[in-house]
Design a protein. Structure first.
Ligand code: NI
Length: 269
């Protein structure tokens, strides 16, 4: 599948889960801005067949290579980011995975057992990024239990394979050319920003500043009822040049730790 088709399909699914992202995208367009994606992020588990290496397959086929790796110790995550060498317009692909050996035996067993029942047809690596929720059935009770320990695990249990967030490149905006101007615009339109760790994560010295909306709530049918839970969020990234004058292209583990909390409405209330 060609990149454009991949991104269109991911965007379509993402905006149907997260209508705020579509509204914000339209606001930028109405303001005369051309929205470019800084990166697109995915979540998974470190189980063979669905780990980062499996998930990234369609991007590798389209010329992406590994450009960075990250450890989020507090959240028990390992992540990698991918780029197309020489193509500054291609969004970075950021994929994190939960390290099951580092979480509680409870979470580890839930996923290992649930994984045994997954329809293997869904796990074809060429299409895995579109597979959505792979566990069937899912229960709200289990979602809440996972959430007690790991918001990340709970999100993945329900939403599975889809873009967790798209990220607007602030550098590519003309009028709203700073993360603070973007945040002011979003607040003017009534969007809620993730304030965990401050509205802006990262510093100019760290060469990357990011902010994000709080995730929209979506209704999900569980085997034990229908509930509204947070889905995906929209993110904004401003990058600064490094000592060589090159725009920094990586991700910073400490601030990304806070960004992960954009799907954690309960903690932010
Ligand atoms: Ni991100």
């Amino acid at each position: 599948m060609e990149l454009k088709a991949i991104f269109d399909r991911l965007w379509h699914d993402y905006t149907s889960q997260n209508p705020s992202a579509r509204k914000i995208f339209n606001i930028f367009n109405d303001e005369g801005e051309n929205v470019v994606n800084d990166h697109i992020a995915f979540r998974t588990l470190d189980l063979e067949d669905i780990d980062i290496n499996a998930l990234v397959t369609p991007f590798i086929k389209n010329g992406y290579v590994t450009r960075g790796e990250y450890h989020f110790e507090e959240k028990h995550l390992y992540a990698k980011h991918f780029e197309i060498p020489g193509d500054k317009n291609a969004p970075r692909i950021f994929i994190s995975q939960l390290i099951l050996d580092d979480v509680s035996p409870f979470i580890r067993e839930v996923f290992r057992e649930a994984f045994l029942t997954v329809d293997r047809k869904k796990l074809d690596s060429s299409n895995l990024i579109f597979a959505g929720q792979i566990f069937n059935p899912i229960s709200y009770r289990m979602y809440q239990m996972l959430r007690e320990e790991s918001e990340y695990a709970a999100w993945f249990y329900v939403f599975g394979f889809r873009a967790n967030h798209f990220t607007v490149s602030v550098n590519a905006l003309k009028k709203y050319n700073s993360i603070y101007k973007v945040n002011d615009l979003l607040k003017k339109y009534g969007f809620r920003l993730n304030t965990s760790g401050g509205e802006v994560k990262g510093t100019r010295e760290e060469l990357l500043q990011q902010s994000s909306t709080m995730a929209d709530l979506v209704r999900v049918d569980f085997e034990d009822g229908t509930y509204e839970i947070p889905s995906c969020y929209y993110e904004f990234a401003q990058r600064y040049p490094d000592a060589n004058g090159e725009l920094y292209s990586g991700f910073i583990a400490t601030s990304a730790d806070k960004i992960f909390e954009s799907t954690n409405l309960y903690k932010n209330r």
